[in-house]
Design a binder for this molecule. Structure first.
Ligand code: ZN
Length: 174
């Protein structure tokens, strides 16, 4: 029943222009209920986050460490945020951005006492290495609205670019 009218190639081109050289969204498939992304990390680029990257991510998006996340060390993304794969960080950044955008739309579209769609079904995601040696991973993220999800993907990719691109002069801890 669901008809997808987006042109993934268009978004792919836009992302190619904004993505960091080390992190490329090679393919975007818009499924009925989720985005499926082919993510490639360049050979000379770190595949895993560091404490410095985690600090920048948390500073930019304070809600990220509190995301529910099934991992080996705990029940939140914060447990692994400083040493997890870059594609996994992208997955959570996309979800975080979707939550923000959905809440914004709900606030502008409905009365304050109306039900908020953001309360309905939480966003979920998965990240798997397809071939870690070559830096290829698949990231899947559910959505309520495909266009909103693509916007979130764009913003999240830009955020990752900023956080991966080394120490910032604005870093308050440096
Ligand atoms: Zn996770």
């Amino acid at each position: 029943m669901t008809c997808m009218t987006c042109d993934p190639k268009l978004d792919e081109r836009e992302l190619a222009a904004t993505a960091p050289a080390g992190l490329t969204i090679e393919r975007i498939a818009v499924r009925a209920d989720r985005l499926s992304l082919l993510v490639r990390i360049a050979p000379d680029c770190a595949r895993y986050t560091t404490p410095a990257i985690a600090r920048r991510l948390a500073s930019a998006r304070p809600t990220l460490p509190h995301h529910t996340c099934i991992n080996d060390e705990g029940s939140t993304f914060g447990c692994v945020m400083a040493h997890t794969s870059v594609p996994h960080a992208l997955e959570h950044a996309i979800i975080d951005e979707q939550v923000r955008l959905t809440a914004e739309e709900a606030c502008s579209a409905t009365d304050a006492d109306g039900p908020h769609p953001s309360d309905a079904v939480p966003f979920v995601g998965t990240t798997v290495w397809l071939d870690e040696a070559v830096g290829l991973a698949r990231v899947e993220v559910s959505f309520h609205d495909d266009l909103l999800a693509l916007r979130a993907l764009r913003t999240a990719t830009a955020l990752l670019r900023d956080c991966l691109s080394g120490p910032s002069n604005n870093d308050p801890e440096r």
